[in-house]
Design a protein around this ligand. Structure first.
Ligand code: GDP
Length: 200
């Protein structure tokens, strides 16, 4: 209910940030979304906000290395971090992005939680584990959100859940509850919305 209320108002694209100096004023709390390219991050943000192409609109190729800020009802920032692990990304771009991410995660006092999206078919890969290490070092609480649950069977889902649970034990900054979602079917979306609403 609280989640529905929060997202019932306007959700607007604020800006794409390419340097730490460009971050909007830290005048409200925020949550960020991280994940490998193609994990389903745009789809989940669109499902959460009930807007068909909010995230995709801002995710034009030229903007992929930007940190995209969305304002939710004037109360909270939803922060879309650039997708990582894209095999063909040039080394200098990757380095630039890592530096920006480090600066962002270590210095943003209003950041309440990072949602790390993991494709439920694939589980946690090395690049995901790297991001989790960085979140740990930055003392940012993070929570795993499994995506595309509709693509696999319950048995396969259990296998991924087991792997994720085991990995999370090594990360003190990890929030133990794992969210299972499908943007396609809507599973877990209301739960995530409600969870975000509790962070205000
Ligand atoms: P992003 O690169 O992380 O922003 O990923 P997108 O949101 O663009 O999704 C990548 C692909 O996965 C697209 O073809 C989506 O339609 C598909 N996809 C995303 N979420 C889901 C889901 O929950 N279920 C299914 N079946 N496909 C999904």
């Amino acid at each position: 209910e609280a989640g529905r209320k929060l997202f019932a108002g306007d959700v607007d694209f604020v800006k794409g940030v390419v340097a730490i100096s460009g971050l909007p004023p830290a005048d409200r709390i925020e949550v960020c979304f991280a994940g490998r390219s193609n994990v389903g991050k745009s789809s989940l943000i669109n499902a959460l906000t009930g807007r068909k192409s909010l995230a995709r609109t801002s995710n034009t190729p030229g903007r992929t290395q930007e940190i995209n800020y969305f304002d939710v009802g004037g109360q909270l920032f939803l922060v879309d971090l650039p997708g990582y692990g894209y095999a063909e990304a040039p080394v200098n771009i990757v380095k630039q992005w890592q530096a920006l991410l480090k600066a962002y995660l270590s210095g943003r006092v209003t950041l309440r939680r990072a949602f790390v999206l993991i494709d439920m078919r694939h589980g946690i890969k090395a690049v995901d584990a790297e991001i989790m290490d960085l979140l740990n070092k930055s003392a940012v609480t993070f929570q795993v959100v499994l995506t595309k649950a509709d693509k696999i069977s319950k048995t396969e889902q259990e296998r991924t859940l087991k792997q994720v649970r085991e990995t999370l034990q090594k990360h003190p900054a990890a929030f133990p509850e794992i969210l299972v979602t499908s943007s396609e079917k809507g599973d877990g979306v209301a739960t995530l919305r409600a969870l975000i609403a509790t962070m205000q």
